[in-house]
Each structure stands twice: as C-alpha cells, then as structure tokens.
Design a protein around this ligand. Structure first.
Ligand code: ZN
Length: 171
C-alpha cells in the first residue's frame, strides 16, 4: 500500500519524512517530493521560540538520548535536519533563492551567528551552507566515536545556521 502525501489536497505518493514535533520523538508525516521541498525551505526549528526556550535547547539533552548507531541512521528531529543539510539530494538549499547580506543591514544576532560559524560578514549563502555541512560533520557524535562532548557546540552552530537562514531566506 502506498502512503499518500500528508499535505492538504495532495494525492501524490508520500516518500519523504517531515518531523512534526520539536522534541526527540520519532513522530513524522510523509510528504511527496514537491511538498518536502517546501517544508524544508520554510522550516526553522527556532522560529517562535523565546530566549528562554532557546536557552533550554542549548542546555538540554534533547538531541541524543541514546547512543547513535550509524551516522544519520536515527529518525529523530535533529538527524532529519542535519541529513537534509548534509545530503541536500533534493536541492532544498538552492542558492538562487537566498539573499546576500548588505553590510549596512547586519543585525547583532546575525553578527553573533556568523562568529559562531567562523564566517565573515561578506559571506554568501552558498558558503554559509557549505560551512554548516563542514561543521556538522566535524562535531557530530557519530564522527567522534559517539562522544557527546561537542553537543553544545553543535547546538550553537545549528542555532546560528537557523538564524542566518531566517535572515537570508527570501519570503
Ligand atoms: Zn504532496
């Protein structure tokens, strides 16, 4: 039996997982290619979170409750995010859809985010994305013999990346 895309009024086959909740649960819904692209492009984990909630995210142990098996094997929320970013098979991070910074308009939040990602201010989206992939690969526990010592760092990188994506993603 084929799974039908969960998007409203869509009857295509749902072959891609989209996470539902911002926790470590494995709840997800299935979407077709067209709709997973829209979902991924618009999705920002930190949207509508206040500072306290973001602080909680940084300090919490949400990400890896269990030791991971194989890189990207888990279906949890963060692995979906990272796998989307790392593989980008769907071309969801198509560079032409992103703006570039105009020097006069960089906010303090963006400045901080660029610093976390070790980038300078005249960076283009393409570089931000490739740097994100590079940092995730470097600090992911599956690439460090399961060690969680970089977990906080990886969370901050994810937060910074989401901030920049929000600023540069065209509406
Ligand atoms: Zn669909």
């Amino acid at each position: 039996m084929k799974i039908i895309c969960d998007w409203k009024n869509c009857n295509e086959v749902g072959a891609y997982k989209a996470p539902i909740e911002k926790d470590n649960s494995k709840k997800f819904r299935m979407l077709c290619l067209e709709h997973i692209k829209i979902f991924n492009k618009n999705w920002n984990y930190f949207e509508n979170m206040n500072d306290q909630q973001i602080e909680y995210f940084i300090k919490s142990d949400l990400t890896w409750h269990k030791s991971t098996k194989k890189f990207g094997s888990s279906e949890n929320f963060f692995n979906i995010l990272w796998n989307n970013a790392l593989e980008d098979k769907l071309n969801i991070f198509n560079t032409s859809d992103y703006k570039n910074f105009k020097k006069t308009k960089i906010s303090q939040q963006d400045r901080d985010a660029l610093q976390v990602m070790e980038l300078n201010e005249d960076v283009k989206w393409e570089k931000i994305h490739s740097k994100f992939k590079e940092l995730v690969k470097k600090f992911h526990p599956d690439k460090n013999q399961g060690s969680k010592k970089y977990e906080d760092k990886l969370k901050k990188i994810t937060l910074a990346y989401s901030q920049l994506k929000k600023t540069l993603g065209k509406k």
